[in-house]
Design a protein around this ligand. Structure first.
Ligand code: ZN
Length: 390
């Protein structure tokens, strides 16, 4: 049976198409996309006409985690839960992502290669969840004060290289390492580099030689300079990047995944930090971080969108970036075609086009004018199967 989905607005992954459109889904593929509602029909077609709504490719969260969820308390404790509990909680988080319209997610580090096992279980139809691109065990220095999800703890360049090799051999799709620390605390501590050019260039060249990309958790400072110089593909957070660093990223075409929502959302890091200096720092830093994000958007730094384990809330991240000055097409591109390109899956996902995987989201109203509409989910289709109806 064929599924025909019609709505008054369509985002095809790269551009908005004016006027009504119909997307035909057959098997796990998009068969065709036609303008208007008068598309060729068969008697056996299932027709879903949503009227004033927007059809988009399923969204792609470029920074989340399997085993942590900011809404369910202390993420350090969650990383130490017994294995079955850790994975079971992670599956619940991924279900929330899928039902919100995230049909693909990049996981940025976990323990014991659980993310690789879950990716394969979803791919093989054992369980439901977003398609996953995974990083295996995140890599950090023994001096690193952040990165609870980084379970490969090494210092010198040779050992970092070994961790990259182990992750690739285990089946990681991306390499993730932590080059600066936690955002809370005095500025010199926050910007203290844990890895320099030696470690970063070994990791990036090994990743690239294996056809993988690499992102670095980095707030700024010398570590950011090292990321920019050594060919790291993306910076996660980048909350304290300078104008000069942002300019260099824009020039190099280096991605920034700012994850501001995890800091601004009341249920993000502020939701569980107990009253005290760390919480005060976090609150104080919100304005500063928003200013940096605003500048990055204005300067056209290539953008990716990620929640950092605010599961089911990619729409909140996009709405926050919209409030900081990003135009809806920039944001929709970040969450669809740009993310697909970063994952090496351009045209396969993040595209409402003929021949692409049938991963689709329909939301009420016009999301092309206001990405805040993305919370009003009417339909989620993944691999041609309806996985959520609003
Ligand atoms: Zn993270």
């Amino acid at each position: 049976m064929r599924l025909l989905i019609t709505a008054t607005h369509l985002w095809d992954g790269e551009a908005a198409c004016s006027g009504s459109a119909t997307v035909a889904v057959e098997g796990d593929r998009i068969r065709w996309v036609a303008k208007g509602v008068q598309a060729p029909r068969r008697e056996t077609d299932e027709i879903l006409d949503f009227g004033d709504a927007t059809i988009l490719p399923g969204l792609i969260d470029m920074h989340t985690h399997l085993g942590i969820n900011h809404r369910t308390g202390d993420i350090k404790r969650q990383m130490q839960d017994p294995p079955a509990r850790h994975v079971a909680a992670g599956m619940e988080s991924l279900r929330a992502d899928l039902e919100s319209g995230v049909t693909t997610a990049k996981l940025n580090g976990d323990r014991e290669f659980f993310d690789i096992q879950v990716r394969d279980a979803i791919r093989d139809g054992v369980t439901r969840g977003p398609r996953l691109a995974v990083s295996g065990r995140g890599i950090k220095s023994s001096r690193c004060t952040g990165g609870v999800v980084a379970t490969c703890v090494v210092d010198d360049a040779e050992a970092v290289g070994r961790c990259v090799d182990e992750n690739i051999a285990a089946g990681a799709d991306w390499i993730k390492l932590f080059s600066s620390g936690s955002v809370f605390g005095a500025l010199p501590d926050v910007l203290q580099p844990f890895y320099g050019s030696a470690q970063l260039s070994v990791a990036a060249s090994k990743a690239h030689a294996a056809g993988k990309r690499m992102s670095s958790h980095c707030f700024g400072g010398e570590a950011a300079d090292a990321c920019i110089e050594t060919g790291v593909d993306a910076i996660d957070h980048g909350w304290l990047l300078t104008e000069r660093q942002l300019e260099a990223m824009a020039k190099r075409g280096m991605w920034l995944c700012p994850t501001v929502g995890v800091l601004t959302h009341p249920e993000g890091v502020l939701g569980y930090l107990p009253p005290g200096p760390a919480r005060d720092d976090a609150k104080r830093r919100i304005d500063e971080v928003c200013d940096v994000a605003r500048r990055a958007l204005r300067m056209g730094v290539p953008l990716l969108a990620g929640t950092d384990a605010m599961h089911g809330d990619l729409a909140y991240e996009l709405a926050t970036l919209q409030s900081l000055g990003a135009a809806p097409p920039t944001l929709l591109r970040a969450a669809t075609s740009s993310a697909a390109q970063a994952l090496g899956l351009a045209g396969e996902i993040g595209a409402a086009r003929e021949g692409a995987a049938a991963d689709l989201l329909v939301v009420r109203g016009n999301a092309l004018q206001d990405v805040g509409r993305l919370t009003d989910v009417l339909l989620v289709v993944q691999g041609g199967r309806i996985v959520q109806r609003g």
